[in-house]
Design a protein around this ligand. Structure first.
Ligand SMILES: Nc1ncnc2c1ncn2[C@@H]1O[C@H](COP(=O)(O)OP(=O)(O)OP(=O)(O)O)[C@@H](O)[C@H]1O
Ligand SMILES: [Mg+2]
Length: 283
């Protein structure tokens, strides 16, 4: 069964999409030698802005509304998801469900009026979860049914936190939402970790903020991602950072770019903590 990791934080611009894209692509590279579901990764873009699809070279408006993620969310019963899957042009074992920006905006608007509105994504992807080891879900920067669907579908959550005073203090609402999802849907929903992002060593308060995060979320703070021009350039080139700054040796993720080393650490932590589950108990 796939490990389904939702990347969530209602605050905008904290590195959700960057993390979703680089985690999905890093896992795809790392597991590319494996046959069958163990080597296959799915990326789901629940943000109507479509930045995750854009960053993996799919474009934001890449499907008819009726054959897009939006149809999976609002049609009853949902259409079959299998024929929708598309393969990434950079990673042959990475797949996406195409989006349609206006249709996903509309889906977010009408979901509250539909029955089972919180669990529609979970239900729609259930027939294909056994085909993947990891499903990574990017989410929009607000609380609404699109975010709730991404949380209800998830087994794990990664919370990117911008390394600033405001970033650390703004997580209460998300934690309340996660608690509600645990109570009503999935008691096992696990916070895989808080990921400090946009970390700036030049600023004097950075260490203090990292210490504060450690104090609040002891044992749950992941190794930080620093500010890096490579991440910004890779994003505008519609690439993940591992494709933009490839390593010398093909079997490695990390190159001379610090961003590749830092996201490679995240990939390894995810594999270390969840691989048994993702591979159905195989070592
Ligand atoms: N570590 C980093 N170093 C430099 N730039 C970064 C880093 N992480 C993200 N960025 C850039 O910051 C911007 C916001 O990042 P991103 O899109 O990942 O955030 P987000 O949380 O998904 O935003 P939104 O809430 O709007 O969806 C992007 O232009 C991205 O390229
Ligand atoms: Mg985003």
């Amino acid at each position: 069964m796939a490990v389904i990791i939702t990347i969530a934080n209602e605050k905008g611009g904290v590195g959700k999409t960057t993390t979703a894209v680089n985690l999905a692509c890093g896992l795809a590279l790392r597991l590319s030698g494996l046959d069958g579901p163990a080597g296959r990764i799915l990326l789901v873009d629940m943000d109507p802005q479509g930045h995750a699809l854009l960053a993996t070279a799919f474009g934001q408006h890449s499907a008819e509304a009726a054959a897009s993620l939006a149809a999976l969310l609002i049609q009853t019963p949902p259409p079959s998801v299998q024929p929708m899957l598309r393969r990434s042009q950079y990673h042959s074992n990475l797949f996406v469900i195409p989006g349609n920006r206006p249709a996903l905006v509309e889906a977010g608007r009408i979901l509250p009026t539909l029955m089972a509105n919180e669990s529609r994504l979970a239900r729609a992807i259930a027939p294909i979860t056994s085909q993947f080891s990891y499903i990574i879900i990017d989410t929009p920067p607000n609380t609404g049914d699109l975010l709730i669907n991404a949380l209800v579908a998830a087994s794990h959550i990664i919370i990117p936190v911008e390394t600033s005073y405001l970033g650390v203090s703004g997580l209460r609402e998300l934690q309340r939402t996660i608690e509600q999802v645990r109570i009503h849907f999935s008691p096992q929903l696990t916070i895989l970790g808080y990921l400090p992002t946009l970390c700036d060593e030049q600023r004097s308060e950075t260490q203090e903020i990292l210490d504060e995060l450690q104090k609040r979320y002891r044992g749950q703070v992941l190794s930080p991602i620093h500010k890096s021009v490579d991440l910004a350039y890779a994003h505008s080139a519609h690439m993940d950072v591992f494709t933009y700054r490839p390593p010398r040796q093909r079997d490695q993720l990390a190159s001379s770019s610090r961003a590749t080393r830092e996201y490679a650490i995240l990939v390894e932590v995810v594999l270390r903590t969840t691989w048994k589950l993702a591979s159905g108990g195989k070592p």
